[in-house]
Design a protein around this ligand. Structure first.
Ligand code: DHB
Ligand code: FE
Length: 288
């Protein structure tokens, strides 16, 4: 049977794409502490070797726009093509999908009354590809099969943190009932605090971010008690991308243990966070 072997929570900033394309940049003082922070994740991935990724991410106007904007959408494609949504990035090569796992998740989630929009084709933006290329440098999503789950952070009303957490919990149950013997990594792509426009452009809230990172490990329910308006106040308009972290954390189950973290301010306008968590059961297996 399938099992969730861990969760990785990471920011996604288009500018990272420029540094990924130019390894020299990664050695510069601006970037080095950020890229060095991923080493702990690489070591963990080398050890655990997941076969498939389920990624909670938010589309920024590439695949969905204001005319049609599902609250939750899931990919069911053989592969996902990347395109530039306006940052001038060279597109990354296509990422392999996992249509059989997608179909199982869709069946299970809809039966649990999460009515996601199923996408037989889905263009994926920087929020999907940049985490994959940070985690598997030079290889990206070709290292694994992937299922993208997209959460609306573009047009209010957004789904509540509690709803996203419950969606993640349902994904955790769906993976546990999948009949293939695959190791699944969940990724939450987004955050931490950032605001790109308006009077508070450049807003970062380090204290709140660090509290979130702590709560993500030991008290994720506390994060579900915020409203989205409170998250905007505390983390900035784009800081609501924390919803992706909350959803991914839901998939790990009640107990989790921290393997690695990094926090670096700023990358572009963003407080860049990285966490690697294992479900408590996985940690016990490793120790046994
Ligand atoms: C930035 C951050 C984001 O999350 C994003 O989607 C686009 C830009 C930034 O800080 O530049
Ligand atoms: Fe974003």
């Amino acid at each position: 049977m399938a099992r969730i072997v861990g969760g990785i929570f990471t920011s996604h900033v288009p500018l990272i794409g420029k540094a990924l394309a130019n390894p020299k940049l990664q050695q510069e003082p601006y970037w080095k502490p950020f890229f060095d922070g991923y080493r702990g994740a690489h070591e963990w991935l080398d050890r655990v070797k997941p076969d498939a990724v389920v990624m909670f991410y938010n589309d920024h106007g590439l695949n969905f726009f204001l005319d049609k904007l599902p609250t939750f959408a899931i990919g069911a494609a053989d592969e996902y093509r990347n395109a530039d949504e306006g940052w001038g990035l060279t597109p990354f090569p296509p990422t392999p999908g996992d249509p059989r796992l997608s179909r199982h998740l869709i069946e299970s989630l809809v039966n649990e009354e999460f009515d996601l929009t199923t996408c037989q084709e889905m263009l994926v933006d920087h929020a999907f590809v940049i985490p994959l290329h940070l985690l598997w440098p030079g290889v990206g999503g070709r290292a694994v099969k992937t299922v993208p789950i997209c959460i609306n952070t573009v047009q209010h009303p957004l789904p509540t943190p509690r709803r996203c957490y419950r969606l993640g919990q349902a994904v955790g149950r769906a993976v546990a009932s999948y009949d293939e013997d695959v190791k699944v990594l969940v990724i939450g792509s987004g955050g931490l605090s950032h605001q790109l426009d308006g009077e508070r452009a450049g807003f970062i809230n380090k204290q709140f971010d660090l509290e979130c990172m702590d709560k993500l490990v030991n008290d994720p329910e506390a994060l579900t008690r915020y409203s989205n308006i409170e998250l905007v106040e505390l983390a900035g308009t784009q800081g609501v991308e924390l919803l992706m972290w909350i959803a991914a954390r839901g998939a790990l189950g009640d107990g989790a243990q921290e393997v690695h973290r990094n926090y670096h301010i700023p990358i572009s306008n963003t407080a860049a966070g990285l966490m690697v968590l294992e479900p408590r059961a996985a940690g016990m297996q490793a120790a046994a």
